[in-house]
Design a protein around this ligand. Sequence first.
Ligand code: PLP
Length: 364
Amino acid sequence: MSDFPKPLPQLAGVNAYVPGEAPKNTGGKTYKLASNENPLGASPRAKHVYAELAAKMDLYPDGAARELKAAIAKKHGLDVKRLVVGAGSDDIFLMLGRAYLGPGDESINTAHAFAIYAIIAQQQGAKVVEIAEKDFTADVDAILAAVTPRTKMVWLANPNNPTGTYLPYDEVKRLHAGLPPHVMLVLDGAYAEFVSKNDYASGIELASQFGNVIMTRTFSKLYGLAGLRVGWGYAPEHIVDAIERVRMPFNVNLPAQAAAIAALEDDAFTEQSLAHNAAELPRLAGELVKLGLSVIDGVGNFVVAEFPAAKGKTAGEALNYLKDRGVTVRSLAGYKMANHLRISVGTTEANNAALALLKEFLGK
Ligand SMILES: Cc1ncc(COP(=O)(O)O)c(C=O)c1O
């Protein structure tokens, strides 16, 4: 046994997060459809502001992110005192874990939930309780049945990544109503802006009304700022207070704060991005169905397709076939969906490239 410092024992159980792969250099055109990024890039206004701020690298950002919070509050009609910002929404989840989860606590997530929730709970030494889904969708009754006096947190991405499915707001409200007040409901709305269903809401209202709900959003998807790392959360003031006690003082950097404000104000870019997604998401899904694949009915900015189990046609083989030809998509083997692949909505050109390769791969 070495005498070197030992990490916390709970870290032995953590499977580190595996990000979507960048395309390999094939000498030709390549496309990354593996991380649900905005295929149209970032808001031109945000890019301009970011470039200008290269001259201010020597300055610390405003740790309280006052201007950014004011801009978010204005955009969504929120109370600025209930806002928290993070270096991506991941940072907010981490702060929630640090503030609320410890050994002996239970943390609930669904079987195909976004991986970070379980990683954070494990890092904190809490027990991860994983709840089976129905048709790749969160099952409210099953979640409620798993709640115990030790349950501290229920995480729900709505819509969920990687499945793309969502719970109607009535179901989210039913979930919340069934939770005891000591259980926090984390509503992760990373893909909220893409949902155009009448029965959907991200949960701002629940977070405004109740003492045990936080709703989070990100600038990484619709706003195209994944590389800058900006996310925000809306919660009762006592949750904001707890987060502030674990937050690093300058967690969102200066150009990121300014670019996020500019992105929020760039309606032309977000409208264009939403219109692109609204057209390409059903087209991509429809074309995959025409290739004989079954597709999960998702509402985010990505499509999930199931591949045959037969050798030569599997998801793993399709993944490699695409990768070798310059297109990366997401393996879902780590999400207990080894027969599925997740394909982000790309530019029309990128989507066509992926579809043409899959057609070839499947011998259609
Ligand atoms: C459901 C969900 N939540 C949160 C995130 C994290 O986003 P970020 O940390 O970039 O805000 C992602 C990123 O893929 C996601 O899919």
